[in-house]
Design a protein around this ligand. Structure first.
Ligand SMILES: NC(=O)c1ccc[n+]([C@@H]2O[C@H](COP(=O)([O-])OP(=O)(O)OC[C@H]3O[C@@H](n4cnc5c(N)ncnc54)[C@H](OP(=O)(O)O)[C@@H]3O)[C@@H](O)[C@H]2O)c1
Length: 266
């Protein structure tokens, strides 16, 4: 296996998840980290035996890949003298390949939308390459990301923006909903039980069950565990009466609108 060298601009939660995934599957990779305040870059450099790059100009120019891991709002202020053949990977939400191509002159640009479960090898990577991207590197990147996530090549930037909340934001959205389950359970004041552990097991068991029976639709799975006039049906009836489906859809529509705003620099 080839020894990779990768530079990261930005060392937040998402960079950490990607580095963890790469380090687990490509342990000989050399990592270089730069952040303006140095704190997070230094933490990751220590954790993954990488190199802290103290000043932006000191980032080596001949690495295999460079990741942009800062916030979309920082893009216009970011200036690094990449070589023409450098391969740039952007994880910036809402920033499409056209915008990246106008900011950088390099022909090798990959836009990805990762998610944090990569940290445990369970991620999803939405990906779209710029048209001139080097073919061998395309294959290499697919192999790298497939080692810790489901690699999904999409046809357009629009699709990346539409899918982003369903993959990149999904952990955050679910954790918010889990928090609501926890708050509801707490209202019963049941003692001697760990509410969080109980909920986690019920959630995990349901997800694993759905995963083990992929041939069944979510509706079929729901029907199998919902008897007429039963307890589950009473709960689901309430969710339907309150139009939870349109609330859920509206939240994803608003997430998409936010990605459009990010592209506009808002
Ligand atoms: N978090 C997610 O679940 C998720 C999912 C998909 C995509 N994304 C995308 O991933 C990117 C990073 O998100 P995050 O949650 O990891 O952010 P984060 O935790 O806030 O980290 C951002 C990092 O960017 C650094 N930074 C700021 N300006 C910079 C510059 N000019 N040059 C280099 N580094 C700079 C910051 O450095 P300091 O530490 O010095 O401030 C910090 O280390 C975003 O573009 C986001 O849209 C995130």
């Amino acid at each position: 296996m080839k020894n990779l060298s990768i530079g990261f601009f930005g060392a937040g939660n998402m960079t950490r998840a990607i580095v963890k995934g790469i380090n687990t599957n490509y342990p000989k990779t050399q990592f270089y980290f730069y952040t303006p305040t140095k704190t997070k870059a230094s933490d990751l450099a220590n954790e993954f035996k990488g190199t802290l790059v103290e000043n932006l100009s000191e980032m080596p120019k001949d690495l295999d890949y460079y990741f942009l891991g800062f916030k979309p709002q920082n893009l216009l202020d970011f200036h690094f003298d990449f070589k023409n053949e450098s391969k740039i990977i952007s994880m910036l939400a809402g920033i499409d390949t056209a915008k990246l191509e106008s900011q950088f002159q390099q022909k090798n640009i990959l836009r990805i939308m990762p998610n944090t479960p990569m940290r445990i090898g369970q991620g999803v990577t939405l990906a779209i390459f710029s048209s001139g991207f080097d073919l061998n590197s395309k294959k290499e990147l697919e192999d790298i990301f497939s080692s810790f996530s489901q690699w999904v090549l999409v046809k357009s930037d629009l699709e990346v923006d539409q899918l982003t909340a369903y993959t990149g934001s999904m952990p955050g959205i679910l954790f918010e909903i889990f928090k609501m389950f926890e708050a509801s359970l707490a209202k019963w004041n049941i003692t001697g039980v760990s509410n969080k552990e109980l909920l986690l097991k019920a959630i995990l068991g349901s997800v694993l069950l759905a995963d083990s029976e992929k041939e069944k639709s979510f509706e079929e799975l729901r029907n199998e565990v919902t008897s007429q006039k039963g307890i589950t049906e009473a709960a689901i009836k309430t969710l339907n009466e309150l139009n939870l489906d349109s609330i859920i859809h509206q939240s994803f529509v608003n997430a998409y609108k936010r990605s459009v705003e990010l592209k506009e620099g808002k």
